[in-house]
Ligand binder design. Structure first.
Ligand code: VIB
Length: 227
């Protein structure tokens, strides 16, 4: 078993709960209510900000030029196609300026950003890759379940298409191979540390989807679900 497979297996059942989340099924069916799609994307834009900083740390800490190049290539995607999607979706969903730039963060977003910020500041190249891998691989895995026919609304359809395409698969394949390569040089303690990070990031992904329902109000404890 490769190191990346081991990390994922040891992060069950949370991993599969992310990949098969109800939010994903609703997205495929094009029936995430606008209010929930809005809150998800507003929070995710804040996630992507921290994620971009983490990609920067990967460029800085990579042990060779070809790895820096591969990571830098993915930065181009986040800053171009992905960024225009957010702007167009925000327009479609009438997201006010304040929520685009400085929304109140959900606890799930805040925790994920803290994990990424800590890793950006203090993590080794292996640590940085581990957190990146969870964020990319979970998204590839859920998107791989997408039905052939896209939902009619572009906000739903493009969010699926951004993660269900051969370029994205290629990038995640590269990340996995890179984690496997770096994993070979790690000692026991460093591997255990990567596993803890992988499990923590997987839990953050699950909390992130859970925060955008549908979860009964008594479970979230913050009033009726308006979706
Ligand atoms: C909570 C959360 N986790 C993971 C992703 C996936 N993701 C983040 S940036 C990016 C661009 C490709 O490199 C992708 C696919 C997300 N959007 N939101």
């Amino acid at each position: 078993m490769t190191f990346s497979e081991w990390l994922r297996e040891r992060s069950e059942p949370a991993w599969t709960k992310v990949v098969e989340h109800r939010f994903v099924d609703e997205l495929f069916a094009g029936c995430v209510p606008a209010e929930r799609m809005r809150s998800y994307l507003v929070q995710d834009y804040q996630f992507v900000d921290g994620f971009l900083a983490l990609l920067g740390a990967a460029v800085a800490r990579a042990d060779r030029y070809t790895s820096r190049l591969a990571v830098a290539g993915s930065i181009g995607v986040v800053t171009s196609e992905e960024n225009t999607y957010f702007q167009r979706a925000f327009d479609e969903l009438d997201v006010p300026e304040s929520d685009r730039t400085a929304p109140v963060l959900d606890p799930a977003t805040a925790e994920f950003r803290e994990l990424m910020a800590d890793t950006t500041d203090k993590g080794s190249y292996a640590d940085v890759l581990t957190v990146l891998l969870v964020a990319e691989w979970t998204y590839l895995d859920w998107a791989s379940r997408a039905p052939d026919s896209p939902p009619p609304n572009f906000v739903h359809a493009e969010w699926i298409a951004l993660h269900a395409n051969p370029e994205f698969r290629h990038w995640v394949d590269w990340l996995r191979a890179e984690v496997d390569r770096i994993g070979e040089g790690l000692d026991e303690r460093e591997r255990a540390r990567c596993l803890r990070l992988f499990q923590h990031a997987t839990r953050c992904e699950l909390d992130f989807f859970d925060a955008h329902g549908p979860v009964p109000p008594d479970v979230r404890g913050d009033g009726p679900d308006e979706g």
